[in-house]
Ligand binder design. Structure first.
Ligand code: HEC
Length: 136
């Protein structure tokens, strides 16, 4: 039973990752729309509906990450910020959730699930791939 389930999930993941045709979205875009749009906005420019209600820093423009890093997309910095291993924001406070821990909880809540580390890494790398696509 759980074998079938894992296979289905793997196939679903592969489909999401490999379909780029009209109407289909990548896993990264799917995760972005689920987890990031509220603050960073559809466009990634930081104009999401929740951005006005945050007490701390402005929500940064995610389409300018590469431009702001001398034309090179900052892969490991972005990974650490999404994962939550990097401190962001003034005084070590962050408005942004720690997605690494969230994705891990989601995976660990289901004992039949795929390996949690792989689940977390796949989500974050897919998000980074999507962010690379939306750079100005
Ligand atoms: C609750 C609002 C909120 C959500 C949801 C959110 N972010 Fe953020 N994000 C922020 C804020 C605010 C910052 C600026 C640092 C801080 O204050 O935490 C930030 C910073 C970042 C940075 C660093 C940008 C830079 O200029 O260095 C990246 C990358 C990022 N977010 C990606 C994401 C991704 C990917 C998601 C979805 C998984 C996401 N964020 C979800 C609010 C959010």
């Amino acid at each position: 039973m759980c074998k079938i389930r894992n296979t289905t999930l793997a196939l679903l993941g592969a489909t999401l990752l490999s379909t780029t045709g009209a109407g289909a979205i990548s896993l990264g875009e799917f995760e972005y729309r689920n987890s990031c749009v509220a603050c960073h906005g559809e466009s990634g420019k930081g104009d999401g509906p929740v951005s006005d209600f945050l007490s701390g820093a402005e929500v940064p423009d995610l389409t300018a990450l590469q431009k702001n890093n001398n034309g090179v997309f900052p892969v490991s910095a972005a990974y650490e910020i999404i994962d939550g291993t990097a401190e962001v924001g003034a005084h070590g406070m962050r408005d942004m959730l720690i997605w690494g821990a969230r994705y891990r909880m989601r995976a660990e809540a289901d004992p039949d699930f795929v390996e949690p580390d792989a689940y977390v890494r796949t989500r974050i790398l897919a998000l980074i791939e999507y962010l690379v696509e939306i750079q100005e």
